[in-house]
Structures are given as structure tokens and as C-alpha cells.
Design a protein around this ligand. Structure first.
Ligand code: SF4
Length: 748
């Protein structure tokens, strides 16, 4: 007799980490709904969660390793696949060295426990400096500013949503994205509660988004001018003597430098550039200063632009200057249960953030946090010479759709000597691979959001056991990654031996770390306490027990461990955000660095931009509730209905160009051209057009039947890999200069 099983799991699809109640019968998913008892989401889910059922049954998804010969794919055993990889990669590495292999990791890795814990081991074994990821088409500028100001790349203050009375949002649409660099399920409910208690929501965005529609105020801003606008707020605070650091005064360095730089950004000077009038700028600055619990939050629109790091920095400068950083109702630092660098070692001080330990070979862009900006990937493949990239490993990524100048990258990928992908789809990128290794289905994996709980608006910890059994013969990603790591480091060891060795090294390092709860203990004793767990569960147990709420491997001590989380399937509530300065800091000075040298130097570039005339027409992206990553377009439940990949255009612009609703427009940038249907709406600012990202599925050689029926166009055919935020190397995906006509035009 077959019985049903009910599992409580965390949704692995986006940063909100909602709790799901999943009912299954053997391997079949019968139903999915919100887990009303989940400690963070309390029953909330969005339409994407239902797609997990369809995803699990998608016949397009890859379940068995595949090898390509010419245009033909054939399924093979795991042993054959690894043998093929060894045959393909070993001679390249031998002849051209480790840097001949590049790695690209996509966004889904952030939602995958195996990847979070084992991808770094694979990267270390690869020994290449050519590591790229979706980080540099997304949040890298915020991580750079956080590292320079507070000491670690994930010390990102988040709005204390349940207690704030004034929230200023820039370049963010959390009602649709469900929060990003901000783990907060049910943003609509949270923002409504803010307003019900008399609070105010103000949105700054070139598009009147769904979040803006719910706001008390919305102001259109010209794309790419967020840093200018934010500096004008800083200027006003100093000019009107509204700066009030409060208890942060003794923990802050660099205030005078910020004041001196802000002189150049008077509201009257900035208003014509950013499109927000000077009196409105002053009014926002005054309200920020006079509201006891206020927070500023900037997201994708503030990061993926030419001054992304400066805009990200200024968000937190303003939180400091108004006394709102690290106080209730302001912007606060979460305290995660596992894996956070700002809870490890000795608190309050740390080593300086190291950037630029190496440079990209062709353009000389600096390394950040062990990676190079992905805008360099195509030229590193194209350009001959020592260190040229000859082979590529992609892990859950589709850079053909998600990184700038897609057509250049496609030409480059076609010239590679060898390519391996760990991916569930034969998509626009993996069609270039020689070997594809499938991951476990999402519902067959254990789950814990190591990264996202470091960004949560309320401290929680929640572990999910797999809801369904893995398909027969499947390998978990951690095993795949360790097998690849062994192969790349020339070892014959199997995944289990490699895992034991790695765990031993981690424990040894921790028992030698001052400030750790197991400092000075015996490695063997700790390893014995972790027995018989293995893989990601063993590593997670270790991180929880040595974390800030952990039992410290002391039998008599209460505290978190994986066993505690297993006994609490709806998660453990670790309480509201608490003030953490100075303990959270890991800067060499032990202070908030308000004026880090690299950032201060980059302000000169911002000042130069004051003299430039803005482009008459620019492109921005947009987010859709039923989309996140490009792979979601192969699910009927998420793609049905009206076409969503359209060019949004203001009525005045449409009229000037002679374009009617539904007509096809030709959009041309320096690097490419797309033809896309027009949707006229006054929700977008005049002089700005928008195309959502992740579409463009009309390519040959893929196996994405549903996506191909709703192909859309690839917005990254238009984005330009030569334009970057200089400090981070992050791609510029918003504010891209374009020209538009009914028919093809040449870019001038
Ligand atoms: S908001 Fe995100 S985490 Fe929550 S159900 Fe939707 S996709 Fe899943």
C-alpha cells in the first residue's frame, strides 16, 4: 500500500526562504502549500512555489549525464561522463596550465546547500584565477561597499521591517522580487503593516513598480543617477546640520571626508540630472533625519549601473548619518546561526578586505572575493596568449542569457576546446558543453539557506530534509563536485575520502581559531561528535554548533545543532534583530569605515559625470513575479498567459517615434539589436524603456520546449560588456544607451 508523506521544507527558488508544506506519494508531488507554522513566512508563498511540482516532472530536465559528439547528445553512465571529462580537460590543463580552465557559477547556487559548501572546495581544486559568477551581474557592488565599510562581504545591513516607520527604497521592487539582499517573505504584508502603524514608504525608481504603486510617494529617477541623488541627500544633511550619529559616533571613522566630498552635490546641481527636484530631495533628507526609526534600502537598480558601488556605499552612509544604522527600526545586521564571517573569530576587528590580488589578463580588472568580473569572460576566451581560457565549467548558470553582450559570448563559447556543465537543462549556454552532469531534483535535496539567513529581517534557522527520494542512480551535487575536485587535483580518491579529508581540515582550522567555542579542543573529539553524518549535513551541523547560537560541542550546553533543527521542522525563531556594533565589525580599525580609500578615489569619477549630458534614451530591466532565473521559463505554470517579454515605453516616447501598442520596435545599442513588441505605459519614465531579463529562448540546440514557445528576446544582446562599475567591475544592466525605431537603424 502506498502512503502519503507530508514534508515541511524551505522553498529553494528565491531569497524569501518561504516554508512549504509538500505532500508526496512515493516520488510524486501531490500538493504544495504554504507552511502556516513556518517561523519566518507564516504560511505566505508566491505562485513560483507551485512550479516545484511541474519542475520535478519536467521531461526536458536532464536526469542522466550526457555527452555530445558533434550535434548529437547521448546519455552515459556517471563513470563514462567523468572519464570523458578527464579525457577532455587533462591535456588542456597539462599544456596550458590551471588558468586555461574558467568556471562560471550561476545564481541558483546561492539556494543550494551542496553548492554553498562544496563549490568552494571544487574551485580551490581547480586552482584557476578565472572564476566568474552571477555575482558580478548582480549584487557585487553592495558586497564591495559592505566589506570596505564593515569588514566582510555579507555584512549588509537590512531594513528592520517590523519596526521601521520610514522606508526609502531605491532600485528595488520587493513586492515582485520578494526581497533581495533582504530575506523577508511576504513583503506586501510587511509593507502594509508599516503603513498601517503610521509609517511611510517612499520609492525612487524610473518605473512605477508594483511596490511604488503601494507607496506613499514615488519619484521617477533617471537610471544611473542614484549615487548623485544619494549624495545630494548627504549634502543636505550636512548643510542643514542634521547629521546625528548618536551612539555610532565613537565607532565611526571618516566623517569629515564624506562632508568635504558632499559639497559638490548640492540638490540644485543634481536635480536636473537625476530628475527629482531640489526641494523634494531636501524634504526626503529632512524626513530621514527627523524620523526616529527610518531605513534606506537600495537593490538591483542601484547595483547594476556605472556607479553601483558608490550608490551602495551612500545608502549605508545615509543610514549612519541619520543615526539609523544598527538601531531598532533602522538598518540592522542579522546574526545568522551558521557560516557568517561576521560571527566568527574575534569580534570587533578584522583583517583589511583584500581586493585586486590578481587582475584579469586582458582588461586588467581586479579580482574581488576570489572572482573576476564576468564581463571579462568572452575576451579571456578570445584573446591568444599565456593564460588564455580554453575550457569552461559552468555550474547552474546560463551566462548566454544573463551576462552582457550575449552574442559576443556565444561566439566565444563556440571556440572553446572543452566545456563541462552541471545543469538540469540543455539550455542556451549548456548547448556548447561537451558533457552535462545533472544535479539532484530540488525536492530531493536537503536544504538550509546558509547565505540568505545572513540577510534576514528576523533571525531564524530552518533545515529541510529532502521531500522525495532521489531518482535511482542520481548523485548529489556535493558528490559530483568532490569527484570533479579529485579529478582536477589529480587524485584518485573517491568523494567520501575527499569529504573526510576536507572536514578534518575545517575542524583543525577551527580548533586553532581564537574566539571559536572549540578553540584548543581535539580535532578527533569534534569529528567523533559529528559521526555518522557526512556530506553537507555534517558540515552544516559543524557550522551550527560552532556558530553564535550553537552548543559548542558541549554535551551539557543548550544550543543549536542539526539535531535541534531536525526536531523543529518549521524552523527555530532566534529573535528580532539586535544592535551589533561594534561586535559585528571586522575592519582593521574596529570602526565603521565611512570613507574607505578606494571609494573616496572613485568619487572623482562621479564628479566628472556631473558635466556629462545624459543619454536621451536608456534601457532598464524589470522583474516579474513569475520569473527569477531563465530556467523558470520552461514551466507552463510560470509562462502561461499574456506575453511578458515586451518593450515598455512611455506614451510620449511612443508618440514621438510613431510607435503604437503591439507594434514591433527595433532597439539598437552599441553592441546589438533586438526586435521586440511595444507595450505603451505611463508607468515608465519618459526617456526610459524596459525589457525583462532571462528571455531569448529561440536558439537552436536547446531542449526547452515550453520556453521556446514563449521565447521573447534576450535583453543582454543590448547590454555592453565594456561599460562597468569601475570599482567592482560589475556589469551595467540599467541605464544602457539605446536608440529605437520601427525598423532597423545603425547605432551612431
Ligand atoms: S517568494 Fe520565493 S521563497 Fe517564497 S514561495 Fe515564492 S519563490 Fe518560494
Amino acid at each position: 500500500m502506498t502512503t502519503t508523506k507530508t514534508s515541511y521544507i524551505t522553498c529553494p527558488l528565491c531569497e524569501a526562504t518561504c516554508g512549504l508544506e509538500v505532500v508526496t506519494q512515493e516520488r510524486e508531488v501531490l500538493s504544495i502549500k504554504g507552511d502556516a507554522q513556518d517561523v519566518l513566512s507564516k504560511g505566505y508563498i508566491c505562485p513560483k512555489a507551485y512550479s516545484l511540482k511541474e519542475l520535478d516532472a519536467d521531461t526536458d530536465s536532464i536526469r542522466t549525464p550526457m555527452v555530445r559528439t558533434g550535434e548529437q547528445w547521448r546519455t552515459v553512465s556517471w563513470d563514462e561522463a567523468f572519464a570523458e571529462i578527464e579525457r577532455g580537460l587533462a591535456p588542456i590543463l597539462k599544456q596550458h596550465g590551471r588558468n586555461a580552465l574558467a568556471v562560471y557559477a550561476g545564481n541558483p547556487n546561492a539556494h543550494n546547500l551542496s553548492s554553498m559548501l562544496y563549490l568552494p572546495i571544487l574551485l580551490r581544486a581547480a586552482g584557476t584565477q578565472n572564476i566568474f559568477s552571477a555575482t558580478s551581474v548582480d549584487q557585487l557592488p553592495k558586497q564591495v561597499s559592505a566589506a570596505l565599510m564593515f569588514g566582510t562581504a555579507l555584512s549588509v545591513p537590512v531594513p528592520d521591517l517590523e519596526r521601521t516607520d520610514y522606508l526609502l527604497l531605491l532600485g528595488a521592487n520587493p513586492l515582485v522580487s520578494n526581497g533581495s539582499l533582504l530575506t523577508a517573505p511576504d513583503m506586501r504584508g510587511r509593507l502594509r503593516r508599516l503603513r498601517q502603524r503610521g509609517g511611510k514608504l517612499v520609492v525612487i525608481d524610473p518605473y512605477r513598480t508594483r511596490t511604488a504603486q503601494e507607496a506613499d510617494e514615488h519619484h521617477f529617477i533617471r537610471p544611473g543617477y542614484d549615487a548623485h541623488f544619494l549624495f545630494a541627500l548627504v549634502h543636505t544633511l550636512f548643510a542643514e546640520e542634521l547629521v546625528q550619529l548618536g551612539r555610532l559616533a565613537e565607532h565611526t571613522a571618516g566623517l569629515e571626508q564624506v562632508q568635504a566630498l558632499a559639497q559638490h552635490f548640492a540638490p540644485e546641481r543634481i536635480a536636473p540630472l537625476c530628475g527629482i527636484d531640489a526641494e523634494t530631495i531636501r524634504g526626503i533628507a529632512r524626513t530621514l533625519a527627523h524620523t526616529p526609526h527610518a531605513a534606506i534600502y537600495g537593490r538591483i537598480g542601484t547595483c547594476t549601473q556605472e556607479f553601483g558601488t558608490l550608490a551602495s556605499w551612500l545608502v549605508d552612509v545615509l543610514n549612519v548619518l541619520t543615526g539609523n544604522l544598527d538601531r531598532e527600526g533602522g538598518a540592522m545586521f542579522p546574526k545568522a546561526a551558521a557560516g557568517a564571517k561576521n560571527t566568527s573569530g574575534l569580534s570587533g576587528k578584522g583583517r583589511a578586505t583584500q581586493v585586486g590580488r590578481w587582475q584579469s589578463r586582458v582588461r586588467g580588472l581586479p579580482e574581488l572575493f576570489g572572482e573576476l568580473p564576468v564581463v571579462c569572460l568572452a575576451e579571456e576566451i578570445d584573446t591568444p596568449g599565456a593564460g588564455q581560457v580554453k575550457a569552461l565549467l559552468t555550474v547552474a548558470g546560463n551566462p548566454v542569457l544573463s551576462t552582457p553582450n550575449s552574442q559576443h559570448l556565444q561566439r566565444s563559447l563556440a571556440t572553446l576546446d572543452f566545456m563541462v556543465s552541471i545543469d538540469m537543462y540543455l539550455n542556451e549556454t549548456t548547448r556548447y558543453a561537451n558533457v552535462i552532469l545533472p544535479p539532484l531534483p530540488a525536492l530531493a535535496r536537503p536544504h538550509y539557506d546558509i547565505a540568505l539567513y545572513q540577510l534576514a529581517t528576523h533571525n531564524v534557522a530552518n533545515y529541510s530534509a529532502p521531500a522525495i527520494e532521489p531518482p535511482v542512480g542520481a548523485l548529489d551535487e556535493w558528490e559530483v563536485m568532490l569527484k570533479l575536485a579529485a579529478l582536477l587535483s589529480g587524485q584518485q580518491a573517491d568523494a567520501t575520502v575527499f569529504d573526510d579529508t576536507t572536514m578534518g581540515l575545517f575542524v583543525r582550522r577551527e580548533v586553532g581559531t581564537k574566539g571559536s567555542p572549540i578553540y584548543g579542543r581535539e580535532t578527533a573529539e569534534i569529528l567523533a561528535a559529528l559521526h555518522p553524518r557526512r556530506g553537507p549535513e555534517r558540515m552544516l551541523d559543524f557550522l551550527l554548533r560552532t556558530g553564535p547560537y550553537g552548543d559548542g560541542f558541549a554535551p551539557q550546553q543548550d544550543g543549536l545543532s542539526l539535531a535541534v533543527l531536525e526536531a523543529n521542522p518549521h524552523g527555530v525563531d532566534l529573535g528580532p534583530l539586535q544592535s551589533r556594533i561594534p561586535e559585528v565589525l571586522r575592519t582593521p580599525s574596529g570602526k565603521i569605515e565611512l570613507a574607505p580609500a578606494p571609494i573616496i578615489e572613485d568619487v572623482a569619477r562621479l564628479r566628472s559625470s556631473l558635466a556629462k549630458t545624459p543619454a536621451p534614451m536608456v534601457l532598464i530591466g524589470r522583474r516579474d513575479l513569475r520569473s527569477n532565473n531563465s530556467w523558470m521559463h520552461n514551466l507552463h505554470v510560470l509562462t502561461k498567459g499574456k506575453e511578458r517579454c515586451t518593450l515598455h515605453m512611455h506614451p510620449d516616447d511612443a508618440s514621438n517615434l510613431g510607435l503604437a501598442d503591439g507594434e514591433t520596435a527595433c532597439v539598437v545599442s552599441r553592441v546589438g539589436t533586438v526586435e521586440v513588441p511595444v507595450e505603451i505605459t505611463d508607468a515608465i519614465m519618459a526617456g526610459v524603456v524596459s525589457i525583462p531579463h532571462g528571455w531569448g529562448h529561440a536558439m537552436t540546440g536547446t531542449r526547452l520546449h515550453i520556453a521556446a514557445e514563449h521565447a521573447g528576446v534576450n535583453a543582454n544582446i543590448l547590454t555592453d560588456e565594456s561599460v562597468v562599475d569601475l570599482l567592482s567591475g560589475n556589469a551595467v544592466l540599467n541605464g544602457v544607451a539605446v536608440q529605437i525605431e520601427k525598423k532597423h537603424i545603425a547605432y551612431v
